[in-house]
Design a protein around this ligand. Structure first.
Ligand SMILES: [Zn+2]
Length: 163
């Protein structure tokens, strides 16, 4: 996606919309800060999501972005970060080149990224996505998360020591 003003290949997505089989993205060039709009065909290979109960549904990037947006609502996460996250997950899904993906996998890709971004958004998404049936399961989820976080902090501390 080259900037039409300076031809730089680095741009960030400000806004993403889906309309009639096309994805419209507002972008800002990292190099010259001009804004421009790109249209992309929604992937030519249709992607099907296999839901937990076995039902199949066409993948909808708007739905994915909405779920992420909801999890990030009122958190200190910029709108463009949310859009970029949704975009990355979508790209990763298409790049796998499979005609069908499990909804659990989509959830995992989102959670991996949210984990790095924001505690609350992560737990919100996890509880909705995994349909946390009760408080105990949520407590387990939080425990897992705390352990992961502790490991990450230890790794970081080690890294700092070795520098
Ligand atoms: Zn530019």
């Amino acid at each position: 996606m080259k900037c039409p003003y300076c031809s730089s290949g680095d741009s960030r997505v400000i806004d993403t919309r889906e309309a009639r089989g096309r994805i419209r993205r507002r972008r800002e060039c990292i190099n010259c800060h001009q804004r421009f709009t790109t249209y992309e065909m929604i992937a030519t290979v249709p992607l099907t999501v296999i839901k937990r109960d076995g039902r199949r549904q066409p993948f909808e990037s708007g739905k994915l972005a909405n779920g992420i947006r909801r999890a990030c609502a009122k958190r200190p996460i910029s709108k463009e970060k949310v859009e970029t996250l949704a975009e990355e997950v979508e790209r990763e899904l298409y790049e796998m080149g499979q005609p069908e993906v499990q909804s659990a996998l989509i959830g995992r890709l989102v959670l991996e990224r949210l984990r790095e971004l924001d505690d609350v958004a992560y737990l919100r998404f996890a509880s909705v996505h995994r349909r946390v049936p009760d408080v105990d399961t949520l407590a387990e989820e939080i425990e897992d998360y705390k352990e992961w976080k502790k490991r990450e902090e230890e790794l970081e501390a080690q890294l700092r020591l070795s520098l």
